[in-house]
Design a protein around this ligand. Structure first.
Ligand code: PHE
Length: 367
């Protein structure tokens, strides 16, 4: 496996019917924000690693440069994700070709690391998901995966789950101080039982991670029989937004000094002070949808034209005309830059291009 920084456009954007990787996505590959010690994502990574080091010195090995282009076997099959699971659809996942994807979670590396006989490890990396657009969703984000295998003597699933809960509640307190935690039941194909941790923050319960006892089959077939393990996966942006008061996920990609200068390596106490309160500009667009229309495709198209000046895309009206058998959607697109004020001219130009490209590429009919 090679470093992501050596990736070439032709490696991932191919003339293949299944390929849905865009130039916008290609431009993010190899950035490795989590490897910048002064960046909020790098600060969280170090704090998590430090927590595991403090609790169990030398036990967990950290992988932070695993290649983000993986096989569908790694991303899905080896994790026992059923063949009809939604996450496999090309509406949700970036495909390079039928058998190759941009990893949609760091769990994609579990099986290979188990086969290499690693017993306790952490993996941090960029992950890719097609999605809608708002302040907390971006098609590239970062996850940290953790796996711990227990000694041969430990066979009690309940004890494994208790160790997992204790470990992750400890992590939450390491990051957030004395925060209230609660556990809710969850489902992941690769763990059983599966649970999610929520923390109480600013008057709300927020889901921060998914985890569980590793499916025995995954452990048996990749590592060897007769052991028990737990696994967890957490979203780094989510934690960073809560911890540092960062209001919009696009800020992580900003090269603006006014953002970057607010954070210091090793310092979890910074609170982000907004430097731009530039006004948002709303533009609505209404159209009759086509049969293949999806919101993810719409958002990808808009992101491809507007880049990071699009803050949100929301459906504000929908109706079906029974006589014509057609459905109309009205979307509100919110434009705003984190870094500068946008001119009417610039926004009108972007909006005009959005209107024409959605007709050409998504086959919708403007109203
Ligand atoms: N991969 C899961 C996700 O992305 C998180 C997870 C990791 C859950 C490991 C359980 C065990 O949502």
């Amino acid at each position: 496996s090679r470093p992501a920084s050596t990736i070439a456009r032709s490696d991932i954007i191919r003339d293949n019917p299944k390929n849905n990787v865009t130039d916008t996505i290609f431009s993010k590959l190899g950035t490795n924000l989590h490897q910048r010690p002064e960046h909020p994502l790098g600060i969280i990574k170090s704090a998590i690693f430090e927590y595991f080091e403090q609790s169990d010195p030398g036990k967990f090995k950290l992988f932070e440069d695993l290649y983000p282009v993986v096989t569908t076997a790694q991303n899905f099959d080896e994790l026992l994700i059923p063949s009809d699971h939604v996450s496999r659809s090309d509406n949700d996942t970036y495909y390079v070709d039928e058998n190759t994807v941009l990893r949609c979670h760091t769990s994609a590396h579990q099986a290979e690391l188990l086969r290499e006989k690693h017993e306790n490890f952490l993996v941090i990396g960029d992950v890719y998901r097609r999605d809608t657009i708002d302040a907390t969703h971006y098609p590239v984000f970062h996850q940290m995966e953790g796996v711990k295998i227990f000694d041969e003597g430990e066979q009690d699933v309940e004890a494994v789950r208790e160790d997992l809960k204790r470990t992750l509640e400890g992590l939450a307190k390491h990051l957030f101080g004395d925060v209230e935690c609660r556990w809710v039941d969850a489902y992941f194909p690769f763990t059983d039982p599966s649970i999610e941790l929520e923390i109480f923050f600013n008057g709300e319960w927020l889901e921060v991670l998914g985890c569980g006892v590793m499916q025995q089959k995954i452990l048996d077939s990749n590592f060897g029989e007769g052991r028990k393990a737990w696994a967890f996966g957490l979203g780094i942006e989510r934690l960073a937004m809560i911890l540092f008061d960062i209001p919009d996920i696009r800020l992580f990609w900003s090269e603006d000094e006014r953002f970057l200068k607010q954070f210091k390596a090793g310092d979890l106490s910074s609170k982000f002070k907004s430097f731009s309160k530039f006004p948002p500009c709303n533009k609505d667009v209404s159209f009759w949808i086509s049969d293949q229309f999806t919101e993810n495709n719409l958002c990808e198209t808009i992101r491809g034209i507007a880049g990071d000046i699009v803050e949100e895309v929301k459906l504000i009206d929908e109706f079906t005309n029974p006589k014509k058998g057609k459905t109309s959607h009205c979307y509100r697109i919110v434009y705003r830059s984190m870094e500068r004020s946008l001119t009417d001219e610039e926004i009108n130009d972007v909006q005009d291009r959005v209107r024409s490209v959605i007709v050409d590429d998504l086959g919708v009919e403007l109203r």
